[in-house]
Write a protein that binds this ligand. Structure first.
Ligand code: IMP
Ligand code: MG
Length: 179
C-alpha cells in the first residue's frame, strides 16, 4: 500500500467485478442504439477504458475535460470546459463516464450541455458516488459504489495530479491534504 493511503476501500479485484456488472447493464441498455461514450478527463480515463471493454457494445468514444477543482480537495462550484468533444451528438445517445460524482456541479453542467446539443438521451455512469455531498440536482444512472465522505485516490483518481496509477481505490491520509 502507498504510504499516503490510510486504507484500501476497493481492491483491484472488487473494482474489476463491479466494472463487469456495469458493463453488462450498459450493453443491455445500448445494444442497437447509436451510442457516444464520453470520458470526462482526466480521472475517468482508467475506468473508461475498462468499462468500454466490459460493455463490449459498439460506441464512438470521445473525451472532454472540465475543471471545477483546481488543486484543492473542495469543489469551487463552477465548471470550465477545457477540452470539448468533436463527435456530433444530435440524435445520438450520450453516456457520460465519470470517476466520481461529488457536488454534482460538473455533471449537472455537462448533462445540460449535451441536452442543448440535441442528444437523444444523456445518461451518467460514475464509478463512485459521494451522495452526502451533492448540492446540484443530478443523479448518476449507473454507479459502481456509493461511498462515505472521504477523499479517495487511485484507479485514475488524483490528489494534485498524484496517485492516479494506484490499481486500487484508497482513502488518502488527511495529513496529506491538510498540511
Ligand atoms: P463534482 O463536480 O463536485 O461532482 O466533482 C467531481 C470531480 O471532483 C470528480 O470528477 C473528481 O475529479 C473530483 N473529486 C471529487 N471527489 C474526489 C475524491 O475523493 N478524490 C479525487 N477526486 C475527487
Ligand atoms: Mg474528474
Amino acid at each position: 500500500m502507498h504510504k499516503d493511503v490510510e486504507s484500501i476501500l476497493f481492491t483491484q479485484e472488487q473494482i474489476a467485478a463491479r466494472v463487469k456488472e456495469l458493463g453488462r447493464a450498459i450493453r443491455e441498455e445500448y445494444a442497437g442504439k447509436e451510442l457516444v461514450m464520453v470520458c470526462v478527463l482526466k480521472g475517468a480515463c482508467v475506468f473508461f477504458a475498462d468499462l468500454l471493454r466490459a460493455a463490449e457494445v459498439p460506441a464512438e468514444i470521445d473525451f472532454m475535460a472540465v475543471s471545477s477543482y483546481g488543486f484543492g480537495a473542495q469543489s469551487s462550484g463552477h465548471v470550465n470546459i477545457i477540452k470539448d468533444i468533436s463527435a456530433p451528438v444530435a440524435g445520438r445517445h450520450v453516456l457520460l463516464v465519470e470517476d466520481i460524482i461529488d457536488s454534482g456541479n460538473s455533471l449537472y453542467a455537462l448533462k445540460e450541455l449535451f441536452g442543448k446539443r440535441g442528444a437523444a438521451s444523456v445518461k451518467i455512469c460514475a464509478f463512485l458516488d459521494k451522495k452526502a455531498r451533492r448540492t446540484a440536482k443530478v443523479e448518476a444512472d449507473y454507479v459502481g459504489y456509493a461511498i462515505e465522505d472521504a477523499f479517495v485516490v487511485g484507479y485514475g483518481l488524483d490528489y494534485a495530479e498524484k496517485y492516479r496509477e494506484l490499481p486500487y481505490i484508497g482513502i488518502l491520509k488527511r495529513e496529506v491534504y491538510e498540511k
